[in-house]
Design a protein around this ligand. Structure first.
Ligand SMILES: NC(=O)c1ccc[n+]([C@@H]2O[C@H](COP(=O)([O-])OP(=O)(O)OC[C@H]3O[C@@H](n4cnc5c(N)ncnc54)[C@H](O)[C@@H]3O)[C@@H](O)[C@H]2O)c1
Length: 320
């Protein structure tokens, strides 16, 4: 078996994808890479590379040297950061993907590309957003995600590159902090609730968005990559979701575990505008039909598990 390269391995997704790939295929099969230096203790027997995906020669060299057959390309600027630095976002999100697809074309690699609910825009139907629909996003992040989906499809049809993708919703996780997205509130709220029993949310209480717990996202990524290609009626990218929730609903669920938890709202107009341009609930029917997508965690199960896991590592501040 040729090796699996993860680009952007230190981020919110990579931090949990690396151990999952190691468990499934063996640590020696996995190569972790990031622009940041990967700490040795995170590797558990896998190789690591310092890799900037905007540098085509670096990508080609790592793929060649490690005999890479599959690339999970996670490096990107997320929605809120991309809106602050649109030029850098174009360079990393598009330039990086182009370099990865070129390496995949030359070395016959399979590619995973994480698209997002950010690939939709205000003219997209906001409820039960279909798999195939209007995609006219108004953010730089969304522009790079739609263009990325199209570029992956182009490399698949023109050059036979086995590129596959998911339109991921906001991801909730307890291992690594999120990297500057519009749905980050749904992670921050847990840390803040355990430390201070209080959270100031940057989105309005009734802002409804799709979310998923990280174990379901990791399982979906691996399931899609292992699925029989003949069953995939779409490639880039499948809608997936596990819950459609608002900050107020999440706060109610958290109060079942932390009764004196208080939430208030200090709305950030930039991130609120991004959230308001995204769907409220997407349809994952195609993913369920084509390759058996079936998330395990709903709002209640996710909240209970997040609090159980985080209680072990997050403590209230000591006085003094
Ligand atoms: N986390 C979510 O909620 C979510 C939702 C939808 C889609 N996605 C997509 O999934 C992917 C991964 O998301 P994440 O949350 O893990 O992001 P993240 O910001 O947590 O991690 C990204 C990683 O990429 C690295 N990186 C940045 N520039 C790089 C470069 N030039 N070369 C190599 N590495 C570089 C960063 O150091 C970081 O470790 C992104 O494409 C993102 O758009 C994430």
């Amino acid at each position: 078996m040729r090796r699996i390269l993860v680009i952007g391995a230190l981020g919110q997704i990579g931090s949990e994808l690396i151990p999952a790939l190691q468990d499934r295929y063996g640590a020696e099969q996995v190569v972790a890479s990031d622009l940041r230096v990967v700490p040795v203790e995170r590797l558990a027997g896998s190789a690591c590379e310092h890799l900037d995906c905007t540098q085509p020669q670096q990508v080609l060299e790592v793929v060649r040297r490690h005999d890479v057959g599959t690339i999970y390309h996670l490096a990107a600027l997320l929605s809120a950061v991309a809106e602050e630095r649109p030029h850098v976002a174009w360079s990393v999100n598009m330039g990086g993907l182009y370099n990865v697809l070129e390496a995949a074309r030359q070395y016959r690699c399979q590619v995973f590309f994480p698209s997002s609910i950010g690939a939709f825009g205000p003219s997209t139907p906001r409820q039960h957003t279909p798999q195939v629909t209007v995609q006219r996003p108004t953010t730089m992040y969304g522009v790079t995600k739609v263009a990325g989906e199209l570029l992956c499809d182009y490399y698949a049809s023109r050059f036979g590159v086995d590129a596959r993708g998911l339109r991921l919703p906001g991801l909730i996780s307890y291992v690594a902090m999120p990297g500057g997205g519009t749905t980050d509130y749904a992670v921050e709220i847990f840390y803040s609730a355990l430390r201070y029993k209080h959270y100031s949310c940057f989105l309005k209480p009734d802002t409804r968005l799709d979310m998923m717990y990280m174990p379901d996202a990791i399982a979906a990524m691996i399931a899609l990559m292992e699925a029989d290609a003949k069953r995939l009626s779409h490639r880039n990218a499948y809608n997936v979701t596990a819950m459609s929730i608002t900050p107020a609903e999440l706060a109610v669920e958290m109060r079942k575990h932390i009764p004196d938890f208080v939430i208030d709202y200090q709305v950030d107009p930039g991130r609120q505008a991004i959230a308001d341009s995204w769907p409220q609930s997407i349809s994952d029917k195609a993913a369920r039909q084509d390759w058996g997508f079936a998330p395990r965690f709903d709002l209640a199960a996710m909240t209970a598990d997040m609090l159980k896991r985080l209680r072990a590592k997050v403590r209230p501040p000591t006085g003094g």
